[in-house]
Write a protein that binds this ligand. Structure first.
Ligand SMILES: O=C(O)CCC(=O)C(=O)O
Length: 300
């Protein structure tokens, strides 16, 4: 899809009710898929309520472990990595340390609870209804962690700026580990923005982001929610979240699914990284199959 002008864009919804599905039990998969296609995002209330406490227990164990590993952190272009694979950013004034957690390494290889939650049948049914029968996990599962008292913002962006895919790209299911609102940095989305195609991104404190003069936070819709609520969005849906100004950490965990033959042509976290990236191939990007079968393809 080629980029369309952002200035004339009108969102497909300005009220969260248009995006909501009651997912505390079974729900109408075909209806959810059609609303997801229309808005580029969806709010699945209560989808992960049976998984959330076990996943958050592992997230908090991993957070304590990452902080203990900070003396061994090494600088990288994005911030600092501890040896467990956790990414830290500079901390704001008044924080208890000079570095704060951004992306916590837990992963499917580290937490059985996280892996179990990624195999939820309703999630796979909905993904299959949109992307087709053969599905893989894109990566190892992602945990974004905002520490208390100022935890980092993630500026409005499209995931396609970080990973531009050959086909549709992944569908991301982001679940709240705690109750979220504007105070602790709930996710904000721009319904219908997937129709814009990939927009130009700039370098920001939280890596690639949209220019704040064109995309101020006010253009996005805050999604308040309870622990266990899930927000589904595609790679071109504009989303992000502000700082955590509460006194408790705010974690979310994200599962991403894509067609088994899809892959990131370009992966980068900065403008220069995108400019220098050489188009990649499928080989080396085979994720764990979660539905269907992977047919042999000559990837040479
Ligand atoms: O932690 C968040 O709320 C932001 C997550 C996000 O924007 C992303 O992973 O692309």
């Amino acid at each position: 899809m080629s980029a369309a002008p952002a200035a004339v864009f009108t969102p497909t919804a300005t009220d969260v009710t248009a995006l909501e599905v009651d997912a505390r039990g079974g729900f109408d998969i075909a209806d959810a898929a059609s609303r997801y296609r229309e808005h580029g995002c969806l709010v699945l209330r209560g989808l992960m309520r049976e998984h959330v406490s076990a996943v958050v227990r592992d997230i908090e164990r991993a957070a304590a472990q990452a902080v203990a590993l900070l003396p061994q952190a090494e600088a990288c272009p994005e911030g600092w990595y501890t040896p467990d694979g956790t990414l830290f950013l500079p901390a704001p004034p008044g924080h208890i340390r000079d570095k704060q957690i951004m992306m916590l390494h837990v992963g499917y290889r580290g937490s059985a609870a996280l892996m179990r939650s990624a195999l939820d049948l309703r999630v796979l049914d909905l993904t299959e209804a949109v992307l087709g029968p053969d599905l893989e996990l894109q990566d190892e599962g992602q945990v974004m962690y905002k520490e208390a008292v100022g935890g980092h913002p993630k500026h409005l962006h499209q995931d396609s700026s970080y990973f531009t895919h050959r086909f549709d790209g992944p569908m991301a299911f982001l679940t709240y580990g705690v109750d979220c609102d504007e105070k602790n940095g709930c996710l904000r989305v721009v319904p219908g923005s997937h129709r814009l195609g990939l927009q130009p991104h700039v370098d920001t404190f939280s890596h690639l982001g949209l220019d704040e003069r064109e995309w101020p936070w006010e253009r996005s819709l805050p999604i308040r929610g309870r622990a266990g609520d899930t927000i589904l969005f595609g790679v071109d849906c504009i989303h992000g979240s502000q700082e955590n100004h509460s006194h408790a950490p705010r974690a979310v965990f994200i599962h991403r699914y894509r067609r088994a033959d899809d892959f990131a042509l370009i992966s980068a976290a900065s403008v220069a990284g995108r400019a220098q990236a050489k188009p990649a191939r499928k080989s080396g990007q085979r994720g764990i199959m979660v539905r269907g079968f992977r047919r042999y393809q000559d990837e040479g």
